[in-house]
Design a protein around this ligand. Structure first.
Ligand code: AP5
Length: 223
């Protein structure tokens, strides 16, 4: 079976983690979230976690070489044989170029890119109300799911917590960094014929269906 790879692009809080589940299920690919990997490294107190923690809590990007290295190792693991879904990577042009070269070098398929489009006001609402499970990384929102910090995860029984970078100041910084460093990836992937754009502000199921339809229809026109 041919290998299929995907990238989920979109601002913090666009719903990348939420929608990743649908793509993983539909295409049987491995979910690779650089944010989850970095948070796990912080939790375990590894060298990577020590180096990344300060950047993450302040809403800044961790240095390109750190993230590129963890992705290079991860995409070669056995669960990526059918393909992978990158969530939160790449986030800079340098990361995108490194990924493209890495994929060619390893003989893998160039990924298709789904850009989830959501405006900044909605992002602020979503992230300030987001809560997560410390064990299984399930994603919730206080307005949609009747839970808050300290409660038990309905999926696995783990503890619910709030990410340190979901405080108001860090959210504003993440949005600033996103527009400055990650926005340029939209024309980059559009010009290469790899990108589809999906409106991300409807209900979760509608966004999912639009995403799967757009992928079936083919890439957006180049600029
Ligand atoms: P990362 O974990 O990747 O965070 P992010 O990109 O900021 O994205 P989020 O996880 O915040 O949001 P999401 O789009 O997944 O939204 P979600 O589905 O949770 O990165 C964290 C940090 O790690 C970075 O700041 C950086 O420091 C570092 N890092 C990671 N990768 C890096 C890289 N490549 N280079 C350098 N540094 C890197 O949804 C959000 C909320 O909205 C939830 O509550 C959800 O329930 C709700 N929601 C989702 N969809 C909908 C909908 N349609 N309607 C209503 N509510 C919805």
């Amino acid at each position: 079976m041919a290998q299929r790879n995907f990238i989920l692009l979109g601002p913090p809080g666009a719903g990348k983690g939420t929608q990743a589940a649908a793509l993983v299920k539909r295409f049987g690919v491995a979910h690779i979230s650089t944010g989850d990997m970095l948070r796990e490294a912080v939790e375990k107190g590894t060298e990577l976690g020590r180096q990344g923690q300060e950047y993450m809590n302040a809403g800044k990007l961790v240095p390109d070489d750190l993230v590129i290295n963890i992705v290079r190792q991860r995409v070669q693991e056995s669960d990526c044989e059918a393909g992978f879904l990158l969530d939160g990577f790449p986030r800079t042009l340098a990361q995108a170029e490194a990924l493209s070269a890495m994929v060619d070098e390893l003989g893998l398929a160039q990924p298709r890119v789904v850009n989830i489009v959501v405006d900044d006001e909605e992002i602020l609402r979503r992230l300030s109300g987001r809560r997560m499970c410390r064990e299984c990384n399930a994603i919730y929102h206080v307005a949609q799911h009747n839970l808050d910090v300290g409660d038990t995860c309905p999926a696995c029984g783990g503890k619910i917590y709030q990410r340190p970078d979901d405080q108001k100041e860090a959210i504003a910084e993440r949005l600033r960094v996103y527009h400055q460093q990650t926005d340029p990836l939209v024309p980059y992937y559009t010009d290469r014929g790899q990108l589809v754009a999906v409106p991300g502000e409807g209900p979760i199921d509608e966004v999912r269906d639009a995403m799967l339809d757009r992928l079936a229809a083919g890439p957006d026109e180049g600029a």
